[in-house]
Design a protein around this ligand. Structure first.
Ligand SMILES: [Zn+2]
Ligand SMILES: [Zn+2]
Length: 137
């Protein structure tokens, strides 16, 4: 895992927020190396990233806002036109807000990442920040 503190500087400092890291994988064609390979998704309380397991190209997202949203925030992304195909994932996890184990809907696009609890509607919206492509060795 790259040192996200260096990349983000002040912005990326993890606060006392104790949300556990969520880790997911998605098999997809990497926009950088063009190989179909696992893309590793890690979601933290105030930042998230998607990293190609082959070439290491990483997209960083920063938490932009939190709040209770209805499910249209996820549905809207499904119907919107995207430059790259958006990903829709689900993860069962203990919700940060309602503390229940619930399905969390996760939408990942080229501009944002949205995580929403199906029970209480608690939603985190992360905004795309930077792309880090490792230099060829
Ligand atoms: Zn790649
Ligand atoms: Zn919840």
């Amino acid at each position: 895992m790259p040192n996200i503190f260096n990349v983000f500087g002040k912005v990326g400092v993890i606060s006392g927020d104790s949300m556990e890291k969520w880790e997911l994988k998605k098999l997809a064609v990497c926009f950088n190396c063009k190989k179909e390979t696992d893309q590793i998704i890690e979601i933290y309380a105030n930042q998230a990233f998607v990293k190609c397991s082959n070439c290491g190209a990483t997209r960083y997202y920063i938490l932009r806002r939190v709040g209770i949203e209805d499910e249209s925030i996820i549905e809207d992304e499904k119907h919107r036109k995207h430059k790259y195909e958006p990903w829709f994932l689900e993860k069962t996890a203990v919700c940060f807000n309602c503390k229940k184990e619930a399905i969390q809907d996760i939408a990942i696009t080229e501009t944002k990442m949205i995580v929403r609890c199906r029970i209480c509607g608690f939603t985190r919206v992360y905004q795309f920040h930077i792309l880090d492509i490792p230099e060829n060795k």
